[in-house]
Design a protein around this ligand. Structure first.
Ligand code: ADP
Ligand code: MG
Length: 287
């Protein structure tokens, strides 16, 4: 590989909004066989909104007050929804984020839990009657969270995030380049499958805990594949480092951008197949 042609290649990439941290990453992009994409903020816009809430006013108040302490995009959606509904927030005495499951908080002498089935099961909250509702939300690609106050089920809130308009085309182009495309998410299987279907991804790895994302990348690598990981979150950073090529979403967190080998401006997914095409053209010129 001549340094000059690599420089021309990374320059061309940069003009297109693909920022490689070094020429060696362009060379490795040429060898990619599989691409793993995070769901929230990578395939979807990462600006979720509350679409459904069922529960009384106190439940919404405690729910939203608890979520104020969370940095998760789901929390932002719930806080915005409560604000729009003129809910008065209460002071939170204790807050605990349970990675991949939800949150726990204490306020007004009450114990509040918000999260997925697993969280409710772990705390022996009975939610049986609500399974049908949960499944319906999930089949529509929504993330549904259950709310329990002092050990009793009190409500359900559903949040939806929309896919990026160009995501289906980007996935199609990747497949046309012979790349295997996989979605990786902490969200539940049903919601993940619904979103995957909208963008044309048929391989989904769901309910992955944040600390397990890198392990999933390693598993793919152990099958002898050269793997890229695409992500935006703090959660994605270890997987971005582990992958042969880490691709950060330009609109994502600083931590993800630091961890990655290249960043795509504006989070435009079409820039991923573009980067691969530029790498192919560059390496072909060298040989
Ligand atoms: P993702 O890959 O979608 O960002 P996470 O691992 O961050 O997934 O979260 C997985 C699941 O944990 C969410 O789908 C949700 O059910 C639950 N969860 C995470 N954070 C919160 C929160 N602040 N409030 C309620 N539930 C949450
Ligand atoms: Mg994300």
């Amino acid at each position: 590989a001549t340094p000059t042609s690599i420089m021309v290649g990374t320059g061309k990439a940069a003009e297109n909004g693909i920022l490689f941290k070094g020429g060696e990453h362009l060379e490795r992009t040429h060898q990619l066989e599989a691409i793993v994409l995070d769901k929230t903020g990578t395939i979807t816009k990462g600006k979720p909104e509350v679409t459904d809430f069922s529960g009384d006013e106190e439940t919404l108040q405690l729910l939203a007050s608890a979520e104020k302490g969370s940095e998760h995009p789901l929390a932002g959606a719930i806080v915005a929804y409560a604000t729009e509904n003129d809910i008065d927030f209460v002071d939170v005495d204790e807050f605990n984020a349970i990675a991949g499951h939800g949150i726990e908080a204490k306020m007004s002498g009450k114990h509040v839990l918000v999260g997925n089935r697993k969280l409710m099961n772990d705390h022996q909250i009975h939610i049986e009657g609500y399974e049908e509702k949960l499944v319906e939300f999930e089949n529509n690609g929504k993330t549904a969270m259950l709310i329990a106050i002092d050990g009793k089920y009190r409500g359900i809130v559903a949040v939806a995030d929309t896919i990026k308009e160009t995501a289906p085309q980007a996935i199609r182009e990747l497949k046309d380049l012979g790349i295997e495309v996989i979605m990786l998410t902490g969200d539940n299987e049903r919601t993940a499958q619904a979103i995957a279907k909208q963008v044309g991804i048929d391989q989904v790895i769901a309910q992955v805990l944040p600390e397990e994302k890198a392990d999933k990348v390693k598993e793919l690598q152990s099958q002898g594949k050269k793997v890229a990981m695409v992500g935006d979150g703090v959660n994605d950073a270890p997987a971005l480092v582990t992958a042969d090529i880490g691709i950060a979403i330009g609109t994502g967190t600083e931590v993800a951008i630091e961890a990655a080998d290249l960043t795509i401006l504006g989070g435009e997914l079409l820039l991923i197949p573009k980067a691969i095409k530029i790498s192919h053209a560059t390496i072909r010129n060298i040989r």
